[in-house]
Design a protein around this ligand. Structure first.
Ligand code: NAG
Ligand code: NAG
Ligand code: NAG
Ligand code: NAG
Length: 537
């Protein structure tokens, strides 16, 4: 899942938790499309723990967090991930929860540094390989469909040391070899694969972490170069899968924020389309059509490497489906020279949005918030089910390939009203169903982030996306179902999206006050930080 900086935007969204608009005016349960798969997700780094045991080496994310130099991005205890939820040992409990809630798909990722600690295939760690065999066997034993992500941000640090990771072309072959290794090892058991999780987040947000921690100089880091290499790496891995004639389908998990034009003016429509092509098209267009979209080339071509004719051939058609991680949407206005853009307060999602539009100065973007209160400080809190509808329609219209929604979910803090979570699931799923019914979008499945509470980057254990809770507070790491988890049982048993809405003022005064104090402090901190950052720049 995505990364955070501050947590105060939450309150603005949540305290205003009035009725969430459905977009369709329906107020009853909506039948699910017949073959839509429903699942839940975890990722290796965010749940496994055991970061340097069982033969695993340090990964790039272990390393950058261990520097302890990310405080100004909001990281507190950056060693939370060292134990995480200890799913390395407790994966059977996680899978049992998925089984109990009758999910159909279990999405997980494989840790590159656990399988190939030295980054290449010459010395695999058989203990790590066996761990994933055991995990997959358990998923199958419980009757779930395994959906494996080859790589979810956590490549071995040794590849950074050797050639600076994704800044180098060498990473492409390393990744292809790693992916091929996994495909050969596990494809008799796993037939649903994603190569890479959120390339844009990897290149923009994690690049920013590397720079902030002083591991890379800003002038030596190029987000678009990273995107270029990662796109080729995905395609090489896809080709390796197909060359070996393995059974199954391969895609890539893309973090997508679709923007709508702020007004009906032709300028705003144009700017919104440029934005969408930069955010998602720059990744998806090459692997479907073989090259960057024309708008991306026109406005940012001078900042990007070009694909060679052979690469274009190799890229074209290099995906079986498109896998989308959908949380937030936004509005874009055309900004003329005498209108200055509002700077988005620094946050993970804002970093990605900004870095993916680097070099284009006519875009003015704001995260949407259908609750009517701005919360772009923490955009993923924006309850904006239209983001689901827009992302599906845009992607379908552009590429006409089956779509898997590989992530969607809401982070709440401990003690907060689980009704908001219910309303969120309900509204986003209804938006999905409406895209399928009204526009015949081919959606393969919906996977909720996350099955259990995980390490959420700068927010540590504070933000809880889980369908099930993990007791990080006492350290027992015991799992328990949340009251909202019943939603998924109803989905499975009745094959409907249960209707749920949040009535006004559901907040209890005590938790409200607690959050308000925190909010004020964090707001002050953030304003100071923004000022300093602006000053330094
Ligand atoms: C975090 O982990 C690293 C690596 O094990 C260690 O050097 C550092 O002291 C730890 N920091 C804290 C605050 O525990
Ligand atoms: C992304 O943009 C932010 C804000 O403008 C900047 O601080 C950061 O260095 C950029 N990151 C990269 C990887 O270029
Ligand atoms: C959209 O238009 C409104 C009204 O003119 C304006 O306040 C807002 O800043 C615009 N949004 C963006 C993203 O520029
Ligand atoms: C965690 O679960 C174990 C096993 O069920 C139980 O013995 C223990 O008391 C639990 N710990 C906490 C803090 O709930």
């Amino acid at each position: 899942m995505y990364a955070y900086l501050t947590i105060f935007g939450l309150l603005s969204a949540w305290s205003q938790a009035n009725i969430i608009r459905t977009g369709t005016g329906q107020s009853q349960d909506v039948p699910l499309p017949g073959d839509l798969l429903i699942g839940a997700a975890v990722s290796a780094f965010q749940t496994e723990g055991w970061w340097n045991k069982g033969g695993k080496s340090e990964s790039m994310v272990d390393h950058v967090l261990h520097t302890g130099r990310l405080g100004k991005l909001g990281f507190k205890n950056t060693n939370d991930s060292d134990t995480a939820a200890d799913s390395y040992h407790r994966y059977k409990e996680d899978i049992a929860i998925a089984k109990q809630l009758k999910f159909q798909v279990y999405r997980f990722s494989i840790s590159w540094s656990r399988v190939l600690p030295e980054g290449d295939i010459s010395r695999p760690n058989m203990e790590g390989v066996q761990y994933y065999h055991d995990l997959i066997d358990e998923i199958l034993k419980q009757g779930l469909i395994p959906f494996a992500t080859v790589y979810h941000f956590d490549h071995p640090q040794v590849l950074e040391d050797q050639f600076r990771g994704w800044q180098s072309r060498e990473m492409i072959q390393k990744f292809r070899d790693y992916a091929r290794f996994l495909f050969n090892e596990f494809s008799s058991k796993v037939q649903l694969w994603a190569t890479i999780n959120e390339p844009n987040v990897m290149c923009a947000y994690f690049g920013t972490l590397l720079i902030t921690a002083g591991l890379v100089q800003a002038e030596d880091y190029n987000t678009y170069k990273c995107m270029h290499h990662i796109t080729l790496a995905h395609a090489e891995a896809y080709r390796a899968f197909k060359e070996n004639k393995l059974p199954g389908r391969v895609g890539v998990n893309t973090w997508i924020v679709t923007a709508k034009p702020n007004t009906t003016s032709i300028e705003d429509s144009f700017a919104a389309e440029v934005f969408n092509q930069l955010q998602a098209g720059s990744m998806l267009h090459p692997i479907v059509f073989g090259d960057y979209p024309e708008l991306v080339k026109k406005y940012t071509g001078h900042l990007r490497p070009e694909f060679t004719p052979e690469e274009k051939q190799m890229l074209k058609g290099a995906t079986d489906f498109i896998s989308l991680n959908i949380y937030a949407g936004g509005n874009v206005a055309y900004k003329d020279s005498d209108r200055s853009s509002e700077t988005l307060p620094f946050s993970g999602p804002a970093v990605v949005v900004e870095n993916m539009t680097h070099g284009v100065d006519f875009i003015s973007f704001r995260f949407a918030d259908e609750l009517g209160r701005r919360s772009e400080n923490y955009p993923l809190f924006s309850v904006a089910p239209d983001a689901m509808h827009s992302a599906l329609l845009w992607t379908w219209q552009q590429y006409n390939l089956p779509i898997m929604v590989s992530e969607n979910g809401i982070p709440l803090q401990k003690g907060m009203d689980e009704e908001l979570r219910l309303a969120y699931y309900s509204a986003y799923l209804r938006a999905l169903v409406s895209a399928v019914n009204e526009f015949k979008v081919n959606v393969m499945g919906y996977i909720v982030w996350a099955l259990i509470d995980t390490v959420e980057w700068s927010a540590g254990f504070d933000l809880k996306f889980g369908v099930a809770a993990v007791d990080y507070e006492t350290g027992s790491l015991n799992r328990s179902l949340k009251s909202s988890s019943d939603f998924w049982l109803q989905v499975a048993e009745k094959r409907v999206v249960p209707f749920a809405e949040v009535p006004r003022s559901t907040s209890s005064p005590s938790s409200y006050q607690l959050l308000t104090t925190k909010t004020v402090l964090l707001t002050i901190f953030s304003i100071c930080y923004t000022c300093c950052a602006n000053f330094i720049n």
